[in-house]
Write a protein that binds this ligand. Sequence first.
Ligand SMILES: [Zn+2]
Ligand SMILES: [Zn+2]
Length: 327
Amino acid sequence: MDAMVLTAPGLPLRLELREDPVPGAGDVCVMVAACGVCRTDLHVVDGELPGIAYPIIPGHEVVGRVVALGRGVTSLALGERVGVPWLGYTCGECSYCRSNRENLCDRPRFTGYTRDGGFATHIVADARYCFPLGETGEDVAIAPLLCAGLIGWRSLVMAGDGERLGIFGFGAAGHIIAQVAHWQGRSVYAFTRAGDVEAQRLAKSLGAEWAGSSEDQPPVPLDAAIIFAPVGSLVPAALRAVRKGGRVVCAGIHMSDIPSFPYNILWQERQLLSVANLTRGDSIEFFEIAAQADIRTHTSVFPLLEANEVLSKLRAGQITGAAVLQP
Ligand SMILES: [Zn+2]
Ligand SMILES: [Zn+2]
């Protein structure tokens, strides 16, 4: 197999040729057809997350086909198209696992972070955390749904059912969740980097009521806002944009420090919360919604070997929609 490997924080990924992996008990080997590039991959590459299992293959939006079954796997079949998401393993025993919150498991493993991910031609994954994708839709179009879509969906649920929804950071997750929110009959207000005309144009084309810079105030007070960009100064900006009793959801795994802000922008029962990871239940729920809402992802496709260049583009805000690697 070929793999793009991170050996230490901040280094470029290095192409390695390895033996094709053999799945252990309970695992499957998947031949990768497409793997989305997520903001979290940048946090891994930059060493901004604790406990990265070096050397690590990043990538957690994997679409591929099962090419080998480990001992005891009966839930998936050879040749079946599956998705391998961020949540790679949970213990099943801690208080969070036992209370339907496996996203908060005390002993989890995450694809492309603490177990090898999909910036490769092959990946070994725990069969219980892969899910069948069926045969509808292109591999490339589906890949961004596996994290941007899933965690975006969890964030949207956490945001409540307010009608006016702000989305701060209009990239892979933003452009998927805007479509879901629009399909649900909500009004979407998209906030991008100042001057990012392309992202604003994409937002409008996906039904957003308004698109502007994150430094602007929306034309009306919002019921809720989701922050997808890893920028702490967006927290007070979003709190200022929501009405009394409104909710601000931080969807990312990492964010720059949040600047201090006056209590009165939180007061009057505004709520500030964060979303972490996903559950397998989220996947089932979201893929049903995505099919009904007929989500169209806007993707830019690159060869696997260009992973470093793609990460640089993502960092510089030069990707509109979602980037996807193909071996
Ligand atoms: Zn657990
Ligand atoms: Zn992700």
